[in-house]
Design a protein around this ligand. Structure first.
Ligand code: CA
Length: 456
C-alpha cells in the first residue's frame, strides 16, 4: 500500500491550525487591475461588499490568472465567480475566463501556459489533470497539475437517436442488448455512439451504461470521439445512434425531435463526480495564497449557484453572448431540474436531478474527494487505458497523491469560515451505481472483479 491517504489523519492534524483566521483580506482590494481582461468588469453586475477585517497574511501573490472553460453547465461557477465578483471580493481582481473551442484546445493551451498565450488552468473532465501531469495526452510532455475543487455534479446524460424509439433504450438496456448487438446483421454497420474526448467522463458514463446492460462498448459497437454538433447532425441523418452528452444538449435533442434521453447521469450514479478545477502546479506552487483566494471566491460562487432563487440570474449570465451564447429557454429547464426524456419515459422535475455545485444529497460537491479520483483511475484500468502508467493501484494512488490538493481546498474553506461544510475524510465512502454495483475506495480490486464486461 502506498502512502495514499483516505483517512482523517491529515485533516485532524491541521484542523486547528488556522481556525482563527477566518477573517478576510482587505489590503489588496484597492489595487488597480494590472491588465485588462476579455470579460466584463465584475463591478457591473452587482457585487457583495468587500469584507472587513483583512488578514494581510492571506493576501494573494498575484491578482491575475487565466482560466479556460467549455460553454456547458459545468463552467457556471467560474463564470459566476467572475461576473458576480466573488473572485474579486476575496482579492483575485484579474481573473480572466477564456472560452476553449474544445477539450483538446484546453489541453494544448494549458500545456503552453498563460505566459505563452495559453491558460494557467481551468475546467476539466476527469482524469485529464492526471493524464496531463503524466504526459499521457501531451505527447509525453509532463505538465504537473493540481486538482483543487470539483465544479459540479450531474447535468449529463445519454441521448439516443429518434430512430430507436420504442426499442427499450432506457436506463437499463438489458432488453435492448440483442437489438444493439444485432445492428451489424440488420443494418450492415455497428451501432455507433459518440463522446467528446476519449478516456474521460463522457466516455466512462456511456461505457458504464452499455456494459451494465450487457453490451461490450469495445467489441459490440463503435464508440468514437466526435464533436457535439457533428454528433447531433449524425443523429438527425441516421448515421449516429447514441451520444454521451451534457447540458444544454439533452434539452435540444429532445425538444428538436432529434432523439430521446435514455438516461441522466443522475440515474446512473446519483451525485457522481463530474468536472473539476485544476491549475498548473508551477502556478499554484508560486502562488499558494492566490490559489486559496481563488478557491474562496469559487466556493462562494458555488454556494450562490445552488440557491434556487439565483438560478434565473445564473441563466441570464451564462446564456449571454460573451459566454454560452444560447437562448435562455435552452438553459432554464436543466437549471430547474426539468428534463423531458422522450420515448414515453417520465419527465424529471427535481432541482436535485440537475447540476449542483456546492452540496448534494451525500456530501460536498466542491471538495475534491480523493476517492473519486480513484474511481476515475480504477475505471481507466477497467478499460485498459494507459496501461504503461496505470500499472496497478499503487501507481494510481501515487498519481492521485501528487495531483489532488484537497489540503488547499480545506485551508481555503477554513479561512473563509465554511468550516461546517468541510468533509471529515478524503473519501466519500462506498459508492453505489444504478445496477447495484458498489465501489469501495478501500477495495477497488473488488469493484473491478465485480464487473462482467471489462478489458482488465
Ligand atoms: Ca461533463
Amino acid at each position: 500500500m502506498s502512502n495514499f491517504s483516505l483517512s482523517r489523519r491529515k485533516f485532524l492534524a491541521t484542523a486547528g491550525a488556522s481556525a482563527a483566521s477566518s477573517v478576510l483580506l482587505k489590503g489588496c482590494l484597492g489595487n488597480p487591475p494590472t491588465a485588462t481582461t476579455t470579460t466584463t468588469d465584475a463591478t457591473t453586475t452587482g457585487v457583495a461588499a468587500a469584507p472587513t477585517g483583512a488578514n494581510p497574511e492571506q493576501a494573494p501573490e498575484t491578482t491575475r490568472i487565466k482560466l479556460g472553460y467549455i460553454p456547458i453547465v459545468e463552467s457556471a461557477p467560474l463564470l459566476i465567480g467572475k461576473e458576480k465578483g466573488f473572485f474579486a471580493k476575496y482579492g483575485m481582481t484579474d481573473v480572466e475566463i477564456s472560452k476553449q473551442a474544445n477539450w483538446a484546445s484546453a489541453r494544448d493551451n494549458v500545456t503552453i501556459g498563460a505566459s505563452a498565450g495559453g491558460i494557467d488552468g481551468g475546467q476539466w473532465q476527469m482524469p485529464m489533470p492526471h493524464l496531463i501531469s503524466e504526459g499521457i495526452i501531451t505527447n509525453g510532455q509532463k505538465i504537473p497539475m493540481y486538482v483543487l475543487a470539483q465544479l459540479n455534479t450531474q447535468g449529463n446524460g445519454i441521448a439516443v437517436a429518434g430512430i430507436h424509439q420504442g426499442k427499450g433504450l432506457t436506463l437499463d438496456i438489458s432488453n435492448a442488448a440483442d437489438y444493439i448487438k444485432g445492428f451489424q446483421a440488420s443494418q450492415g454497420r455497428k451501432f455507433k455512439a459518440a463522446h467528446t474526448f476519449p478516456n474521460v467522463n463522457q466516455d466512462f458514463w456511456i461505457r458504464y451504461w452499455f456494459s451494465a446492460g450487457g453490451v461490450n462498448p469495445d467489441t459490440d459497437i463503435d464508440l468514437l470521439a466526435v464533436p457535439p454538433a457533428e454528433t447531433v447532425q449524425g443523429m438527425r441523418n441516421g448515421s449516429m445512434d447514441a451520444f454521451s452528452t451534457g447540458d444544454p444538449w439533452p434539452f435540444r435533442i429532445v425538444s428538436d425531435g432529434i432523439g430521446h434521453m435514455a438516461a441522466l447521469t443522475h440515474q446512473i450514479w446519483k451525485f457522481h463526480p463530474e468536472e473539476y478545477l485544476a491549475i498548473r502546479a508551477d502556478w499554484v506552487d508560486q502562488n499558494p495564497r492566490a490559489t486559496k483566494v481563488l478557491l474562496k471566491g469559487l466556493m462562494e460562487a458555488q454556494q450562490w449557484c445552488d440557491q434556487p432563487e439565483n438560478r434565473a440570474e445564473l441563466v441570464e449570465i451564462c446564456s449571454g453572448r460573451n459566454f454560452f451564447n444560447i437562448p435562455k429557454t435552452v438553459l432554464n429547464p436543466p437549471f430547474q431540474g426539468k428534463y423531458e426524456m422522450g420515448d414515453g419515459k417520465q419527465a424529471f422535475n427535481d432541482i436535485k436531478a440537475g447540476p449542483l455545485y456546492w452540496k448534494d444529497g451525500i456530501g460536498s460537491v466542491s471538495y475534491p474527494y480523493k476517492s473519486h479520483d480513484l474511481w476515475f483511475l480504477t475505471e481507466s484500468m477497467r478499460w485498459g487505458f494507459h496501461r504503461d502508467t496505470l500499472t496497478d493501484f499503487d501507481a494510481a494512488k501515487r498519481i492521485i497523491d501528487a495531483v489532488n490538493r484537497e489540503d488547499l481546498w480545506r485551508e481555503a474553506a477554513q479561512e473563509a469560515g465554511f468550516d461546517a461544510d468541510i468533509p471529515e475524510s478524503t473519501s466519500r465512502g462506498i459508492e453505489t451505481f444504478f445496477d447495484g454495483k458498489k465501489f469501495d475506495p478501500e477495495n477497488p480490486e473488488a469493484y473491478l472483479k465485480s464487473l462482467e464486461i471489462k478489458r482488465a
